[in-house]
Structure formats: C-alpha cells, structure tokens
Ligand binder design. Structure first.
Ligand code: MG
Length: 460
C-alpha cells in the first residue's frame, strides 16, 4: 500500500502535504522519471492552480526536482487539461500539477502524469514512494535552472479550436453563461468561447484560491446562481467547471441542471456520430453510454474508478473517447487528460443543430441513487469479501445476472438495472450506487444492498 499516493496523486491539507513532504516527493518523482536515461536529465513540467498554498508548494516541488538533476519547466497557473496538453507539446518526461481539483480551499495535492499522458495511479505511486530517502542529490554543476513558459493556455486554446467546426459555432452565435468558479477555468474558458464567436456572460471569473463565489465542486446545489443567470439572460446554456477544469457540467436553456453522467453520454453520442472506436469508462458510469455505444456498434471497455485507470486504458487500447460519471471526458485528439474545455466546446458546437434540452432528451434515461456505510479498513475488507461471495452465490441461483469485480462488486440485472458496492480509496466509507429505469427501482436496490453489505460489516 502506498502511504501517500491515493486514487489520484497525493492529497492533503497543508499540515499533511507540507513543503517538506512536497520536496521529498518531488525528489522521488524526479528520480522515477529519470530512470533509464541517466546522462540525459528528465524534463518535468510543473503547474499549479490558484490555491493559497500553491506557490509555496510549487517552490518546494521545483527545488526537489532540480536537486536530483531534472530540468524543470514552470507553467505556473494552468488548468489541469492545459498542463497535460503541454506534455507532448514540450516533449516532457513527466508533469506535476499542484491542485486539489474540486476539494475545499484548505486542501492541495500533487497530481503526477507520465510523459505518455497517463496519470500515476496508486500502484505506480507505491513505486515512487520506495525511492523516498534514497535519491541523493545531483552534483553541484548538474543542477539546472527552471525555465518559465507562459504560452500554454494560448497553445491549448488553439489546439481545441483546430478540432471544432468554427463556422458552425460562429453562425449560431450561442449565448453562454460561464461559471468559472474562481478556478483555473477563469484563465481559459472566457477566452476560448469569445474567440469561438459566442456571446459570453461571466460568473466568478477572478482566480481566487479561497473560492469566494461558490465551492469548487460544480454540484447542482453549488451552481444555483448559474441556473438563475441562464434564465435571466435567456442564454442557450450555462457551463461550470471544477477548480482545475477537468470536469464540466451544463445548465440547459430552461435552467435545468445537466449532471456529469449526461455530459459524458452526450459526448459519446457526438463522437460516435463522427467516427467509430472503443469507449472507455469506469464501472460506476451510467449505462447510457453503453446503450449509445451498442446502437453505434462500438465496444465499451470498463476500468476501475479513477482518472489514472481511464488514461492508462485509453493509451493501451487507443480508445476513441473515455470518461467518468462526474463529467470528466478524455478526447485523445487533444490529450489523455479529462478536458473540461474541449468537452464544453464540443457540446457548444452541437448547439448549432439542436437546443441542449433536445440533445439531453435523446439520451437513454436512467435514474441513480447512492448511499454509503461508514466503516474502517477491516470492515471495508469484510464487506467486499462478503459481497464477492454473495455475488457468486447469486449468480449460481440466477444465471441471468452478470457480476464483475473490476472495482468492488458490481451486479447487473436483466432489466438493465445494476448496483455496485465499493470501498472508497480515500475515505472511511463503503459506497453503494445503483442505476435503474425508474427512480423507485434504483432506491429499492440501494436500500436492499445496503442491508446486505451491512450484514458483512461486523461490529469492531
Ligand atoms: Mg478536477
């Protein structure tokens, strides 16, 4: 078990993710990326978001990387998808993004990406942690200066525009309300959509690491101002991103919230309308994407939950599009990052054909319900082991069931409903998530499987 690396990088508040730890981790990360090329220093990009601890941690990270002989390019402020896009552009061997994504402002994290664009998973993080304390320092005359690079947002915007039908967008001239959430979206979204010829109304467009406008996670409750603004402005859509800009949600022209799962399903529908290929997604994503893929004779490949597993699988099978239930979509023509700006732009491009609510009405309809059980690590293990046995027995009784244990236990029923029981990688919970054709059925499944799972928890 990795001590520091969770599902996606090293995450913590400032008393855990201190500059001292960031420096030690950066030395280990730099050494990990340097392996196999001892004479040639590894080139590592460093980016950060607007969190108050970001600059302080950035100096520690750059110092750690430089001390083991890496050559560092400092992108400074950049959205996560922008920084990941720059990997290939600058021919780098790795990237460290200092961002806690959608977490509250007192949190920060080091998210690590390799030179191919795959995010470092918990398992690869364990390899990096083995190097802590064993890296040593480079010779005094091998320590490089870090270089600044200020063109990354411009280059990312230009790349996104290359893959869009700009005339279509310009002719339609959609009116958009952009809620940048005081995060990295402020750096890129207003510019991108203005350059595409959209009419733009801005909310929370100042970068501020305290997130004064709204919490950085774009949940329905957190974007109530956006919903009202779309109606008041009579806009064609509202768009909101999380703190680092990899996730995006929409509000349709009537002010209705479009949940992340539907953003992914619509992205799959649009992409498969252009070309065929494999769709990669996690085992907790709505079946809507699978239904759309089946209609288009495309295959779906499922992964464990977490961005690293998605990007690894996309790379391995050259997937056409990848994504997850919270509204992060990977478009490999840009990079292997979940790119909330390209996703938003593709959906805005589609507004030239239909209204957003009409597109959403075309998607397969499912209802979701979720709950969680508080438990310690031992109880988590007992529940998951117990559920595995339970699923095996259920399958013997009813051969119509399909089960998989890619991540936790998922059981698929014949009426297209399914349930997953999964131990959280970062919190003291087992989560239960169900999807069905009716809300009633989804609720029923969640409460039934909560009871079954609790039966395996034990008392300690
Ligand atoms: Mg994020």
């Amino acid at each position: 078990m990795a001590k520091y690396f969770g599902t996606n990088g090293v995450r913590g508040k400032f008393d855990m993710l201190t500059p001292e730890l960031a420096l030690e981790l950066a030395k280990a990360i730099g050494t990990y990326f340097k392996r196999g090329r001892p004479e040639n220093p590894a080139k590592i990009l460093v980016a950060r978001d607007g969190r108050l601890t970001g600059e302080c941690l950035k100096h520690a990270v750059i110092s750690g990387l430089a001390s083991v002989g890496c050559s560092v390019v400092d992108l400074d402020y950049a959205s996560a998808p922008t920084a990941e896009f720059m990997l290939k552009e600058l021919g780098a061997d790795g990237l460290i993004i200092i961002t806690a994504s959608h977490n509250p402002p007192e949190w920060n994290a080091l998210k690590v990406v390799d030179g191919k664009g795959a995010t470092i998973s918990h398992e690869r993080g364990e390899q990096i942690e083995k190097l802590i304390g064993k890296t040593g320092n480079a010779k005094w005359n091998e320590v490089k200066r870090s270089e600044g690079y200020i063109h990354s947002t411009t280059e990312h915007v230009n790349a996104i525009k290359r893959f869009l039908d700009k005339d279509k967008i310009r002719k339609r001239k959609p009116k958009l309300v952009l809620d940048c959430g005081n995060g990295m979206a402020a750096l890129i979204a207003p510019r991108l959509f203005k350059e595409l010829g959209c009419l733009v109304v801005l909310l929370n467009e100042e970068i501020d690491g305290r997130f004064p406008g709204r919490p950085s996670e774009p949940t329905e409750a957190n974007v109530s101002v956006l919903k009202k603004a779309v109606q008041k402005e009579k806009a064609d859509a509202g768009i909101a991103w999380d703190g680092d800009g990899d996730r995006v949600i929409f509000v349709d022209e009537n002010g209705a919230f479009v949940v992340g799962d539907k953003v992914f399903a619509l992205s799959v529908l649009l992409k498969l309308g252009e070309e065929n290929g494999a769709v990669v997604t996690t085992v907790a994503t709505s079946k809507a994407a699978e239904d759309i893929a089946r209609e288009n004779k495309a295959r779906v490949v499922y992964t464990k939950i977490g961005a690293p597993y998605l990007s690894e699988k996309m790379l391995e099978i050259s997937g056409l599009i990848g994504g997850e239930e919270v509204g992060g979509v990977i478009w490999p023509e840009i990079s292997l990052a979940k790119d909330g700006f390209f996703t938003a732009a593709k959906i805005v491009e589609a507004l030239s054909e239909k209204k957003l609510s009409e597109w959403i009405a075309e998607l397969p309809k499912y209802f979701n319900e979720k709950t969680k059980i508080e438990c310690n690590d031992e109880q988590k293990k007992r529940i998951i082991d117990g559920m595995k046995k339970y699923a095996d027995n259920a399958k013997t009784r009813d051969p119509g069931l399909k089960t998989n244990s890619i991540d936790g236990i998922r059981i698929d029923f014949e009426d297209a409903s399914w349930v997953i029981v999964r131990a959280s990688g970062t919190e003291a919970y087992v989560r239960i998530f169900a999807e069905a054709k009716t809300l009633e059925k989804a609720k029923e499944l969640v409460s039934e499987y909560k009871k079954i799972a609790e039966g395996f928890r034990g008392t300690d």
